[in-house]
Design a protein around this ligand. Structure first.
Ligand code: HEC
Length: 257
């Protein structure tokens, strides 16, 4: 038995290691698929700021509208910027090959991104761009070194300037929220936002990114909400069936003794 357990552990351990990725510090966020208002705000940010380059081609606008409690007509009017119908998938017009030439790497489809990278990673990634003149877009990223994506949310967040080394930021996050193990004091801020470069405060910006990643978690598993609901009914049904079967069994056996 022990042997099997060890073998199982050996088989599973490498998975845990890959999931951890680069090992840079990740800020945690709690996905909340019940929070429709958050998902709606996230969808708005997604179509406005991400779909210039990224598709979500396994998700249909209409399905998202219905799940999020939005009127499909309003979605058509305010969230679809090309000739697409509301029943169509959230694809984009940019050909992957051109995009690859422009950015070095093509922007991947984001439908399943929250399952692939996990919400904490995306949440940290989108908040971790910092000015780096040596890069083509003038920015680098703490959790995605030498990234090919520009900081598309810079007008909201502002331009972050790093004051720590990359290693320090990787260990403690760009905001330097870590605790110094020697002095037990919070570390110095690892970044500051250039004055007047962003429209939102850091807390407001975190909220925008939270909603956005919440929405991305939803498109990764659009049936999760529904399966939770159906699951409850299935359990109730099974309990009822149990009593029915029990009563039937009693009825059948009552004369045989
Ligand atoms: C101007 C085009 C552009 C826009 C707009 C854009 N991205 Fe990107 N994005 C890219 C490119 C290019 C890459 C690939 C970077 C690389 O591999 O170096 C990328 C990569 C990513 C990745 C990492 C993919 C991976 O797993 O390797 C995520 C997550 C992501 N983008 C999310 C977003 C979100 C969310 C938005 C909207 C707020 C957005 N992007 C807007 C161009 C864009």
């Amino acid at each position: 038995m022990k042997k099997y357990l060890v073998a199982l552990l050996m088989a599973v351990l490498p998975l845990a290691a890959t999931a951890a990725g680069s090992g840079a510090h990740l800020d945690h966020m709690e996905v909340d698929l019940e929070n429709k208002a958050s998902l709606q705000r996230g969808m708005k940010t997604f179509v406005n700021y991400c779909m210039g380059c990224h598709s979500a081609q396994y998700q249909r606008y209409e399905r998202a509208a219905v799940d999020l409690g939005l009127d499909p007509e309003l979605v058509k009017e305010h969230m679809i910027f090309d000739e697409k119908k509301v029943g169509e998938q959230m694809g984009i017009a940019m050909p992957a090959e051109d995009a690859g030439n422009w950015f070095g790497n093509p922007p991947p489809d984001l439908t399943l991104e929250a399952r692939l990278r996990k919400p904490d990673w995306i949440y940290t990634y989108l908040r971790s761009f910092y000015a780096d003149e040596s890069r083509p877009w003038g920015v680098n990223n703490v959790v995605f070194k030498d990234v090919g994506m520009p900081n598309v949310l810079a007008e909201l967040q502002g331009v972050q300037v790093a004051h720590c080394s990359r290693e320090e930021m990787e260990a403690h996050g760009i905001r330097g929220t870590g605790i110094d193990p020697l002095t037990n004091k919070p570390l110095n801020n690892c970044s500051s936002v250039k004055d007047g470069s962003g429209q939102l405060t850091p807390a407001e910006f975190d909220r925008v990114v939270y909603d956005l990643v919440n929405f991305m978690a939803y498109i990764g598993e659009p049936t999760k909400l529904e399966s939770q609901r159906i699951g409850t009914y299935v359990l109730i049904f099974l309990v009822l069936l149990f009593f029915l079967a029990f009563a039937l069994k009693k009825e059948y056996w009552k004369d045989i003794h």
